[in-house]
Design a binder for this molecule. Structure first.
Ligand SMILES: Cc1cc2nc3c(=O)[nH]c(=O)nc-3n(C[C@H](O)[C@H](O)[C@H](O)COP(=O)(O)O)c2cc1C
Length: 220
């Protein structure tokens, strides 16, 4: 759906998810993340960029595993340490994954994904048309219930800082794995919160599309 149509539907409160495509398991046990190899950090930094053209091909489960681990995985289980920082280690950011088969929430301690709703919410994650068909959109949600020890006036900025770190981890992983990605703030927050069935303590902050880069005629 093009951007103008989405904006018009948004004004009418009518940006809705699509029916799911394919089977949605209630729990997806991800393979262990591959924590070796990849591009050297400085080379990945040289490649980091936003891209907005994606193949529709689904990402392999191993790639999904690595992606979620770099975004929000546990890297030091002895201290419940995460790949990204959070104020007071509150780990308040919940990472959702919008797939054609359904919307999932990532659980870092078990490295699993849990089905939230068996609908395709990808088109609700942004006004831009590529989000409808790219294989997945990550959605970063702040869980205010986990920030009780942080002054209320600071919660949103702290959570936003944590999402920034997650998004950059994902950018660097994508640079290393030859994937395309873009972090996004331009979406209908009410429509997306409804589509995701979020509770009162949950606040959508940003979304990030990931997929294989669209092949140009020359590269195909
Ligand atoms: C908070 C934030 C929100 C953004 N929102 C969008 C967005 O809604 N759509 C989009 O296409 N890009 C979005 N971007 C990506 C920027 O447009 C992009 O990072 C910028 O143009 C620089 O390009 P680069 O990432 O390739 O260096 C956003 C970036 C940030 C940090």
């Amino acid at each position: 759906m093009n951007t103008l149509t989405k904006m018009a539907l948004g004004l009418l409160g009518q940006i809705k998810p699509h029916p799911a495509v394919g089977y949605a398991a209630s729990t997806i046990h991800l393979p262990t993340a591959n924590t070796t190899g990849g591009l050297p950090l400085m080379q990945a930094m040289m490649q980091r960029q936003s891209q907005r053209e994606f193949e529709t091909t689904p990402l392999p489960e191993q790639v999904l595993s690595d992606l979620l681990w770099v975004a929000a995985g546990i890297n030091r289980p002895d201290v419940n340490g995460c790949t990204t920082p959070s104020a007071m280690n509150a780990q308040e950011i919940q990472v959702y994954v919008a797939l054609p088969s359904g919307l999932y929430r990532y659980a870092a301690p078990t490295h699993t994904m849990h089905l939230v709703t068996a609908t395709d919410v990808r088109r609700v994650t942004g006004y831009q048309d590529f989000v409808d068909d790219a294989p997945l959109d990550l959605i970063y949600v702040a869980d205010h219930a986990r920030m009780k020890l942080i002054p209320a006036s600071q919660r949103e900025s702290y959570a936003s800082a944590a999402v920034g770190a997650m998004a950059q981890n994902v950018y660097l992983y994508c640079a290393s794995a030859n994937l395309a990605t873009v972090i996004r703030a331009w979406f209908d927050r009410t429509a997306l919160s409804q589509a995701m069935e979020l509770g009162n303590d949950q606040q959508v902050l940003l979304s990030q599309t990931v997929g294989m880069p669209k092949k140009t005629k020359l590269s195909s």
